[in-house]
Each structure stands twice: as structure tokens, then as C-alpha cells.
Design a protein. Structure first.
Length: 140
């Protein structure tokens, strides 16, 4: 069964858009986490965000341009973030009697659930985009 080159191009465009959207969503979630759950001063928050997101920031140019190697590196980088999210989500933590602490733990858990969704969607679409990028380039 051969695929029509136009359909590969459409699939690649869709996968590329969703991958880039998940990429920027993950960066935004990391910024949100550093801003609300990180240190109290602004400069340490920004430094923490740069350290946490440095792996993702390395591939921004190639990922936005749709380079095959950047998709593959994005998948490898996402594996590291996946491990951290799973570890946080399954660690449980202690629940105290204080209502404010429960709200903070609840919002932190939702923050990690959204991050996990962005990681899973990003990984899946990056794998598909890395597969279809050659077909989309040949169709041009």
C-alpha cells in the first residue's frame, strides 16, 4: 500500500503543529511551576526555570523549523521529563490537616498531570513527525 504524498504532507503538518504546541505548553508549565512553587524572589525563579528547561531550549530552533534530528532529540529529552513527572505523581507526599497546604498540593498535582499530558502528546507526535518529515520533504 502506497500513500499519497499529499496525505503525508498533511499528516506531517498536523504532527508538527501539535508537537510544537506541546513543546511550548511544557515550557509554560515549567515556568508556572517555578513561578508559583519555586523560590520567593524573581531572579532565582528565572534561573531555576532556565536550569529546568535548558534541555528543551537547546532544540527550539530545529523543532520549530521541523528538522528530523530535533524531533528525535525532543523524544529523548522528554523521556527525562517523563521520569521526573511519574516520580512526582506517584510519590504521594504527606497530606496535612492544613487547608492551604492541601490546596497547594492539589494545584501542584494538577500542574504535573498537565505536564504529563503535554509530555505524552509531545512524544507521540514527535515520533510521528520524525517518521513523516522525509515524506513531506520528498513531496515538495
Amino acid at each position: 500500500m502506497t500513500l499519497i504524498p499529499g496525505s503525508i504532507t498533511q499528516k506531517f503538518r498536523w504532527a508538527h503543529r501539535v508537537t510544537v504546541l506541546s513543546y511550548f505548553t511544557l515550557l509554560a508549565i515549567m515556568f508556572y511551576g517555578c513561578w508559583f512553587f519555586g523560590p520567593s524572589d524573581i531572579l532565582p525563579k528565572l534561573v531555576l526555570w532556565l536550569l529546568i528547561s535548558s534541555g528543551l531550549l537547546l532544540i527550539i530552533k530545529g523543532l520549530v523549523a521541523g528538522k528530523k534530528r530535533s524531533y528525535i532529540w525532543y523524544c529523548y529529552i522528554l523521556l527525562m521529563y517523563f521520569i521526573f513527572c511519574v516520580q512526582f505523581l506517584f510519590s504521594g507526599g504527606s497530606i496535612s490537616e492544613d487547608t492551604i497546604t492541601e490546596v497547594v498540593q492539589s494545584s501542584a498535582a494538577w500542574h504535573e498531570v498537565v505536564a504529563m499530558a503535554a509530555i505524552l502528546i509531545g512524544f507521540t507526535t514527535a515520533i510521528l513527525a520524525s517518521r513523516w518529515v522525509d515524506g513531506a520533504e520528498q513531496a515538495k
